[in-house]
Design a protein around this ligand. Structure first.
Ligand code: UD1
Length: 368
């Protein structure tokens, strides 16, 4: 079998790494990596390939940034050429970014089978571009690899045949467990953020990049106002996404000195920081799941989540993006530890099949 494994933006890289690794045990399988170039800066892309032990991609499409239509169209045109040249039996797409949508459409129209990893998740919020990407990709995929029971239920409700839906666990958690284990025996003293962590052992970790949170000045100001309040009690380590950096500058929003703004971090440095944080504040999909897997408290700056298992069995709490909700959740969280003497509680992951073996299960299904 020849399979093309597609990745475009940051969270995709974590998801393809274990799938690529698990493919290496099959002699009869040729698994090629296609990087669409949706993310292209060293800090947003190459550092992940280095950290995650991924080889150079077999194809790099240079799609770059732009409007959704421009970006999606550029990926489609370039990926069609790759499919025509490589004639794969299967295209594997992961997650919900524009590259996922673009490549699944191209493959399907060329009559190539499509496998969607992380299928079936639904926020039921069509203002999120990712929700549209998920729905369209799932509408045309042949194999649905699902991370949590809600995903399977959504797909069956939408009329997908049960025989094509496979609850296999989560490749992102495969990657996390692999990297967390490796980090334990790594020399982290060379990390640029090591000194910061030594200086501030009790801290919050923050990520934020969703258009709904950063593109509107009032919303962004409201969130930053909360961060500035929290920063009176604790330092916040904040690797700033390029979209967010642009907006903070454009709206001239000021952050407290106790918020330590960092550039985008590679996977290992990011994990090194968030796994020991008192809590994580985020609007990322992946971090909601990764914090659940390692039992780190997580306050999610969104009104909804397509990953409900992280709330039912995990450490995630939805706090919305309005100051009242954020501060109420922070005050609740603070009750569990006195200021200046943070007790970091960690629980064991209770999500079924988030055990580091999802990629193996996926190849067993695909190769029969
Ligand atoms: C994309 C995904 C989102 C994912 C996020 C992770 C879609 C619709 N969105 O959002 O689901 O959670 O990636 O980061 O696919 N930029 C750079 N360097 C880069 C890439 C982007 O500076 O390497 C800047 C560009 O100015 C760009 C902006 O960041 O305009 C946003 O990038 P874009 O790929 O459009 O979307 P993300 O917000 O990163």
């Amino acid at each position: 079998m020849k399979a093309l494994l597609v990745a475009g933006a940051r969270p995709n890289f974590m998801k393809i790494a274990p799938v690529y690794r698990a493919a290496q045990v099959y002699d009869s399988l040729e698994c090629l990596i296609v990087h669409t170039g949706q993310h292209y800066d060293y800090a947003m892309s190459q550092t992940f390939f280095d950290d995650l032990e991924l080889p150079e991609p077999d194809h790099f499409l240079e799609a770059g940034s732009g409007s959704h239509a421009e970006q999606t169209a550029r990926v489609m045109v370039a990926f069609e050429e790759v499919c025509l040249a490589e004639k794969p039996d299967l295209v594997i797409v992961v997650g919900d970014v524009n590259s996922t949508l673009a490549c699944s459409i191209v493959a399907k129209k060329l009559l190539i089978k499509v496998a969607h990893i992380e299928a079936g998740l639904r926020s039921f919020d069509l203002t999120m571009p990712e929700e549209i990407n998920r729905m369209v990709t799932d509408a045309i995929s042949d194999y649905f690899f699902v991370t949590e029971a809600s995903g399977a239920a959504n797909l069956l409700r939408e009329g997908k045949p049960g025989a094509a839906v496979f609850l296999v666990g989560h490749v992102m958690i495969d990657n996390l467990l692999h990297q967390a284990e490796k980090l334990k025996s790594s020399d982290t003293s060379a990390f640029a953020v090591a000194a910061l962590k030594r200086l501030h052992p009790d801290y919050f970790f923050m990520t934020m990049h969703r258009p709904a949170n950063v593109d509107d000045p009032e919303t962004l100001q409201g969130i930053v106002g909360c961060l500035n309040e929290i920063a009176k009690d604790y330092p916040i380590f904040f690797p700033v996404h390029p979209r967010t950096a642009k907006m903070l500058e454009q709206f001239a929003i000021e952050l407290s000195d106790n918020i330590h703004c960092l550039g985008p971090l590679g996977f290992r440095e990011s994990l090194y920081l968030w796994q020991d944080a008192i809590a994580v504040l985020t609007d990322s999909g992946g971090l909601q799941e990764e914090t659940t897997a390692l039992g780190v408290p997580c306050l999610t700056l969104r009104e909804n989540t397509e990953r409900p298992i992280t709330i039912e069995l995990g450490t995630n709490i939805l706090v919305g993006n309005q100051p009242e909700g954020i501060m109420k959740a922070y005050e609740e969280l603070r009750k569990s530890f006195p200021v200046g003497d943070a007790v970091v509680k960690r629980s064991v992951c209770r999500v079924p099949q988030w055990d580091g073996r999802a990629a193996e299960r996926i190849w067993k299904v695909l190769l029969g």
